[in-house]
Write a protein that binds this ligand. Structure first.
Ligand code: ADP
Ligand code: ZN
Ligand code: ZN
Length: 762
């Protein structure tokens, strides 16, 4: 168990406590003498507030303000014997509450798991072990006077490798009574031990399917990897905040670079957080990290994700909070792990939208990671093959240091990407087709060679944009450079950024085709058609539905690794981080789906998806190929992805963003209003906008757009309106916006939510 930090420096008589609910400021309390040694910064305590007993976190070892000491109330109870928040987390919570425009209690709730707040305790178990070896004559005497005890002794002495045996197990196994063991303990033959039993998830979870051969040993780094690792290690050694971007093509060995730095953190006794977009989707990464880090440090790696039971969650948390484990691998919320002496946060695949939490508190895991590292004076490493333009911009302006990995390890070539124009396929077949001729040929070829294929179909497509099947025309807003959304019921096209509306055209304005209707095909359809085309192939579909069944997902990946499956069909999200050396062909069935989201990041997302999915191909000895099917083969995102030209794409896209003043050049704050009453939501959205125009616009740099109805205007009988704020400084805007929001006379039937640095614009 790690030491208890706060209280060692002196016994506090009073403390400052931030309540987890109700009051939004820190309050002073006295520490009763009997609790003196157990209260420190970060302690979770119960204390009286207005005659109720509430939970709170100790933030300082002295009461705030000059309230007379004698009149302070006493703390009731110390709810957990270890600090639940590290000092940097307390300050992080305070920053988040302002920046993300939310209550401190919501942030604390995100930071401290319910099981910890509820006062759960580690599950204790009793163990026994031999105190030492008995002399022959003593043993002989024992044989005579207490044969049962001698039997227990001989059994334990025979367990060469196992030093401790659970008491329960021993009682059952030897069929002796507890009195026998107690008597042996009294005589000093046995030692009695009590310690926490771990309810550890994942101990055998990442079984053979995901364990990669030889993953326990480090590779000799390539020159590029070495240069990146050295740069990171140097920054780590400075023990001050820095953010570094590792921008490396798929298969360039970024994980190996992180591992070099993580091992150094373990060696020096510090703590680290490793974030992945979703743990269930990164079994291989988790397996590699655990194998290597546990071998390097002899310590434990805690895995943190949303499928843990309360007990598992508590134990994982407890291990970190007490210093028993110093590294956590997990999804977004692991950024709040109470890792002691935090030196490093790694955000893998930093561009992933999954890092954004879409419910209160609506934080971005990557941005919070950077800010936490700043508070903890730690190093933050962001890694990706396709960094977000926000991060690219930070690297360009010098806020983040940049390391480039341009080559795949072993000089494996990046896969060759073919772009197929589906207009031609349509003309050739005179009917909509799912598989182009080129894709069919190439799949057939792989099946003959016993190589494997993955087919991706991006279901995140928004099925309401209006698209011409003949020429690929998509209806766009004249003012916003965004695709218009088709509202079938009203028969209009509407821009969700500015509210601009148009009638639905009867024929395509570009080519005159009357076939301007939406068509799409999901994973199911791709699987069905593929099975008809290749009746002998073993085809399995993986998508969000199958992923909910965790074991099925892992079983499928295991079968795929062992070559029992020829073709895997899935949404692009399953593609993250998968490393299957026998996959030499990847097909992207419809690249256009993500291109026409009513979202200014549509091109960026498409580029990311293309590069990421194609990165799954050709990771072994055979070179890989990628077939991308599209109606708009000339689009910048596709062409740049085909050339593997990240810089070119980023430059063009950034120039456009700059022109429109979109992120990363300004922050985007999304304000959503909803109510069961359409009149009310419209009225309040407009009244509020007027208020902002008169009170905020003159005092902070801010540009408003809207209010306008949301893309999905009604959800669960609630009508939705939205307002956008563009600002160069969210940290300047948010405190003022929060103050105005608190003062405004909202109607009880209107719910309003503020989403800072919004990712999901629908
Ligand atoms: P990325 O995360 O950049 O896509 P990975 O870290 O998954 O790449 O590495 C790709 C593959 O190359 C993995 O199978 C990994 O074990 C292997 N690898 C990484 N670095 C080296 C190296 N220096 N020498 C040999 N193999 C390596
Ligand atoms: Zn057309
Ligand atoms: Zn518009």
């Amino acid at each position: 168990m790690g030491g208890y930090c706060g209280c060692m420096e002196g016994v506090p008589e009073s403390v400052a406590v931030i309540p987890l609910a109700g009051v939004k400021k820190s309050l002073g309390y006295r520490v009763p003498p009997e609790m003196a040694g157990r209260v420190g910064v970060g302690s979770l305590v119960r204390m009286p507030i207005q005659r109720r007993s509430e939970l709170g976190v100790v933030t300082a070892l002295e009461a705030p303000g000059d309230f007379p000491f004698d009149r302070l109330k006493f703390i009731h109870q110390v709810a957990q014997p270890f600090p639940v928040l590290t000092p940097d987390l307390i300050r992080l919570a305070e920053w988040m509450a302002v920046y993300y425009s939310t209550g401190l209690e919501a942030v604390f709730e995100a930071m401290i798991p319910a099981a910890v707040r509820k006062g759960m305790k580690p599950k204790e178990k009793r163990f026994v072990r031999l105190a030492g070896e008995l002399d022959a004559d003593v043993l002989a005497a024992l044989e005579r006077r207490a044969p049962r005890q001698a039997e227990v002794y001989r059994f334990l002495a025979g367990q060469a490798l196992v030093k401790e045996v659970p008491r329960e197990t021993l009682l059952k196994r030897m069929k002796v009574s507890a009195a026998v063991l107690d008597s042996m303990a009294e005589k000093g033959i046995l030692d009695d031990a009590r310690h926490a039993e771990r309810r550890l998830a994942y101990d055998d979870e990442w079984g053979d399917a995901e364990r990669v051969e030889g993953s326990e040993t480090a590779h000799i780094l390539t020159d590029e990897q070495r240069a990146a690792a050295d740069g990171l290690l140097e920054a780590l050694g400075k023990r001050s905040f820095a953010a570094h971007l590792v921008h490396g093509v798929t298969g360039s060995g970024k994980t190996e670079v992180y591992l070099a730095v993580l091992e150094e953190v373990m060696k020096s006794g510090g703590g680290a957080v490793f974030l992945v977009p979703e743990v269930a989707l990164a079994p291989q990464t988790v397996g590699r990290l655990r194998a290597r880090l546990e071998a390097a440090s002899g310590g434990r790696t805690v895995v943190w994700h949303s499928h843990l039971s309360d007990g598992e969650r508590f134990d994982a948390w407890h291990a970190l909070a007490t210093g028993e484990a110093r590294i956590v691998v997990g999804a977004r919320s692991a950024v709040f792990a109470p890792v002691p002496d935090l030196r490093l946060i790694v955000v893998d695949e930093e561009h992933e939208p999954a890092y954004k939490q879409e419910e209160t508190p609506r934080y971005h895991g990557r941005d919070v990671a950077v800010y936490r590292a700043h508070l903890a004076e730690a190093l933050c490493v962001l890694g990706s093959a396709t960094p977000s333009l926000e991060t690219v911009r930070n690297a360009q302006t010098g806020k983040y240091a940049l390391h480039r990995l341009m080559k795949r390890v072993d000089d494996r070539p990046l896969p060759m990407m073919h772009i197929v124009d589906m207009k031609r396929e349509l003309a050739h077949n005179r009917a909509p087709t799912v598989f182009s001729r080129m894709l069919i040929d190439k799949i057939r070829d792989r099946l003959e060679k016993s190589e494997q294929c993955i087919l991706f179909i991006n279901r995140r497509g928004y099925d309401a944009s209006l698209k011409c099947p003949d020429c690929g025309y998509v209806a766009m807003c004249d003012h916003c450079d965004l695709s218009l959304t088709h509202h079938r019921a009203e028969h209009i096209l509407r821009c969700h950024m500015c509210g601009h509306e148009e009638y639905v055209p009867r024929k395509c304005p570009q080519c005159g085709s009357p076939k301007i209707v939406y068509r799409g095909s999901g994973t199911q359809k791709v699987e069905d058609v593929a099975q008809k085309l290749f009746p002998k192939a073993k085809i399995v579909r993986l998508d969000a539905d199958t992923m909910r069944k965790k074991n099925l997902f892992r079983a499928v990946l295991g079968d795929f690794r062992r070559g029992k499956i020829d073709i895997l069909v899935g949404t692009q999200i399953i593609g993250k981080g998968l490393d299957f050396p026998n996959v030499t062909l990847v097909g992207l069935m419809d690249a256009d789906l993500s291109l026409h989201l009513p979202d200014f990041r549509a091109a960026e997302r498409t580029f990311q998806i293309l590069v990421q999915v194609s990165g799954r191909s050709g990771r072994g000895d055979e070179a890989g190929e990628v077939v991308v099917q599209t109606f708009i083969p000339y689009s910048d995102a596709l062409q740049a992805a085909r050339r593997g030209d990240f810089e070119g794409f980023a430059e063009g896209e950034l120039a456009q963003r700059k022109e429109y003043g979109y992120p990363p050049f300004r922050h985007l704050v999304h304000h959503i209003f909803r109510s069961k009453s359409l009149e009310k939501v419209k009225f309040y959205a407009e009244q509020w906008t007027k208020k902002v125009e008169t009170e905020l616009v003159p005092t902070v740099p801010i540009e408003l757009r809207g209010p306008a109805p949301c893309p999905i205007e009604r959800i669960k009988d609630h009508y939705r309106y939205q307002l956008w704020y563009f600002t160069p400084s969210a940290s300047k805007l948010m405190p003022k916006l929060n103050a105005l929001r608190a003062k405004f006379a909202w109607d009880r039937e209107v719910i309003e939510v503020v989403d800072v640095d919004a990712v999901n614009l629908i």
